[in-house]
Design a binder for this molecule. Structure first.
Ligand SMILES: NC(=O)c1ccc[n+]([C@@H]2O[C@H](COP(=O)([O-])OP(=O)(O)OC[C@H]3O[C@@H](n4cnc5c(N)ncnc54)[C@H](O)[C@@H]3O)[C@@H](O)[C@H]2O)c1
Length: 510
């Protein structure tokens, strides 16, 4: 059998009229398809249709939709009163509660009413499509269409075939996604598919950085936005999505990948969830939303100091670039040679902490400060420096480094010693998890990048980010972190190591 969802008179039935179902139904109706909507709860469909109508009115008021088109959408979008009304549908999209047993019961009940060639697609975020399909009489006609919230706004759809899906099902769902104006990518039936899997780097590593007292949530957020160009910091994201939701996803991915250390959830986040500090929805998360936002104190207070006449910079990663920037700001920056007689020695390590870099280069730790040059290739238009001290750095040496960096006109955040600063750690983890997704064949390299850009709103996908940063530099960061901590969560994937050592793009197929 060839599955075909191309027919012009295709009818779509959406089951579940909650946040996702109503949005998916709206998208289908706006694409010109006759769309039916069902919910088990009395009144839910009527509420959903009213909400969709209000949303469309807003679009009409803004001139994005004509009144005539709106009328067409509302006329194509009709309620179902029972599952039997789905009999005419060629495609059913399920967006009910995230519960395997309830979904399986629904699918079995639906199959009794549907035509023999009808397709059922689940919008599940965390269950296996194969496992849902295993309860069906026709598992070959069950697949996944994973939309993102809110469906009318978010372009991405992950298309998933189950292990028993008909070989033509994925292509049919891809064509359908394009027909309703979405940008589909194909993902295998693996935990979190692409987007929820790729998202397991940014937040968890940021929690470790804060948990280790290296920087505050606010500082991490500011660095990721200003130094690297992310639209939101990891702690702003926790507060937006809700710590409870994020923590549940972290636990699910960790468990379903059989306690892979890379995805280890955070014990601190668990306490925050238990304490109700969920974010915007409870008025308090990492930030306080009950009042005007209060600035939290920086981790390290640096006494303002006049800019130094000269600094010494190690002849390592980004050292010459930093020297050029400081020279332009009127500070004599000597790269390499003897470090004596300068206000401060600056090191620019990859994956190494300030302590180890000072000792390796035989510098006086009290006069040494580390500066992160890793992410500069991503965000040349603006800069935000990180100055990292070791436990022996003298306050005047840190003050001199901060004053020198500030003389370039860019803000500076001072942090405590860490293998990989803040930016290196977060970016290297994002690239490594992206590489693991490629290695596990969850999706094609280009699709991984598209999914992360559209689904997570990162400035670039993980493999593209790795290419811009330089795969060998990313590998150096991870190797430095793993050597120092012996923590397996920082081990580089074979996908990354091979491409970094061969000097090729992280998107290079095997
Ligand atoms: N909310 C998100 O950000 C998001 C994103 C992507 C995917 N998803 C997935 O989409 C699905 C729905 O999520 P949501 O956020 O819209 O949930 P929701 O709670 O807003 O809506 C679920 C709706 O399903 C209805 N329902 C429950 N059991 C039913 C049944 N047996 N038959 C018919 N209707 C039933 C409920 O009455 C409710 O209206 C879940 O599988 C979820 O994992 C959610």
């Amino acid at each position: 059998m060839t599955i075909n969802l191309d027919r012009p008179d295709l009818i779509v039935a959406v089951i579940g009229a909650g946040a996702m179902g109503r949005g998916i139904a709206q998208v289908c109706a706006q694409a010109g398809l006759q769309t039916l909507l069902y919910d088990a709860r009395d009144g839910a469909v009527a509420e959903a249709l009213t909400a969709v109508g209000k949303g469309l009115d807003g679009q009409v008021a803004k001139g994005r939709l004509s009144a005539e088109d709106k009328a067409g959408v509302t006329q194509r979008l009709r309620p179902m009163t029972s599952l039997a009304d789905a009999a005419s549908a060629g495609l059913v999209i399920e967006a009910i509660v995230e519960d395997l047993g309830v979904k399986r019961d629904l699918f079995r009940a639906l199959e009794k009413h549907l035509a023999a060639d009808a397709v059922i697609a689940t919008n599940t975020s965390s269950l296996s499509v194969t496992e849902i399909a295993a309860g069906c009489e026709r598992p070959s006609q069950v697949g996944g269409l994973h939309f993102f919230n809110p469906p009318p706004v978010m372009k991405l759809v992950e298309v998933i075939g189950g292990l028993r899906s008909d070989p033509t099902l994925v292509d049919a769902l891809l064509a359908f996604s394009l027909r309703i104006g979405k940008r589909p990518i194909v993902a295998t039936d693996t935990p979190g598919f692409v987007v929820n899997h790729a998202g397991r780097a940014y937040g968890p590593e940021a929690l470790r950085i804060v948990g280790q007292g290296i920087a505050s949530p606010r500082e991490v957020d500011i660095l990721m936005k200003e130094a690297v160009g992310f639209r939101m910091g990891p702690f702003e994201l926790f507060d937006l999505i809700g710590a409870d939701i994020t923590h549940a996803v972290m636990e699910s991915i960790y468990a379903r990948y059989y306690v892979e250390p890379m995805y280890q959830p955070s014990a601190q986040l668990a306490v925050r969830v238990a304490g109700g500090l969920l974010g915007r929805k409870t008025g308090r998360g990492f930030y306080d939303y009950t009042d005007t936002p209060k600035a939290s104190a920086p981790t390290i207070l640096v006494a303002p100091q006049a800019k130094p006449a000269s600094v010494w910079i190690a002849d390592e990663d980004g050292g010459n670039d930093l020297a050029a920037l400081l020279n332009a700001a009127g500070i004599q920056a000597a790269v390499g040679g003897s470090p004596s007689a300068h206000a401060v020695n600056i090191v620019t390590p990859l994956g190494e902490d300030c302590t180890a870099a000072a000792l390796r280069l035989k510098l006086d730790p009290a006069r040494t400060v580390a500066v992160d040059m890793f992410g500069r290739s991503l965000n040349k238009s603006s800069a935000h420096y990180t100055a990292m001290k070791n436990p022996r750095t003298a306050p005047d040496a840190l003050g001199a480094a901060v004053a020198a960096l500030a003389a370039t006109g860019a803000p500076v955040t001072a942090i405590n010693d860490s293998n990989g600063f803040v930016v290196q750690r977060l970016l290297a983890m994002i690239v490594n998890v992206g590489s693991r997704i490629a290695e596990l064949r969850v999706a094609k390299p280009a699709d991984i990048d598209t999914a992360v850009e559209l689904g997570l709103n990162y400035p670039k996908g993980p493999l593209a980010l790795g290419d811009l940063l330089g795969p060998a530099r990313v590998l150096a960061v991870l190797d430095g972190m793993q050597t120092a901590t012996h923590d397996p969560k920082y081990r580089a994937t074979a996908w990354l190591r091979r491409r970094a050592t061969l000097g090729v793009s992280l998107r290079t197929p095997d």
